[in-house]
Design a protein around this ligand. Structure first.
Ligand SMILES: [Zn+2]
Length: 141
């Protein structure tokens, strides 16, 4: 028969173990109080825009990811992560999904589209534009 004191100690130890497990799941070395080589320290005050119940990172490490569009393998560096989360104020659950080339392709397409729209808006109007506008309206009823 265990005493209450023994039982309480057991429960406390079990709970501590569970908390440790949850912590190490999200931050592999967090529980050991060390940071991996080549990691960048996180600035929690710069991360305060994240209204999260989860833990904020203490550091960033280079991460490998597969590009969503072309399947290329790319590294999301610790410095890029720090910039994304702390300067650009990216959401803490957001991750890099596209490689540099694919992001550039999307950006170029958007720029071209914007330039086209500006050119269309700046083009000289048709002398009888009101006529065409009326004709293009869908029939009433
Ligand atoms: Zn790609």
């Amino acid at each position: 028969m265990k005493s209450n004191r023994q039982r309480r100690a057991e429960i406390k130890a079990k709970r501590a173990k569970r908390v440790m497990k949850l912590t190490t799941l999200r931050h592999p070395r967090h529980a050991f109080g060390e940071t991996p080589a080549g990691s960048l320290a996180a600035d929690h005050s710069a991360l305060s825009h994240n209204n999260t119940y989860g833990l904020l990172p203490d550091y960033y490490v280079d991460q490998c990811f597969i590009c969503r569009d072309c399947g290329a393998q790319e590294v999301w560096t610790a410095a890029q992560q720090k910039w994304w989360y702390e300067v650009a104020k990216g959401h803490i659950d957001s991750r890099a999904v596209r490689c540099r080339a694919c992001r550039k392709r999307i950006r170029d397409r958007k720029t071209a589209q914007k330039r086209h729209m500006e050119a269309m808006a700046a083009r000289p109007r048709h002398p009888n534009e009101a006529f065409f506008r009326r004709r293009m309206r869908p029939p009433a009823g």
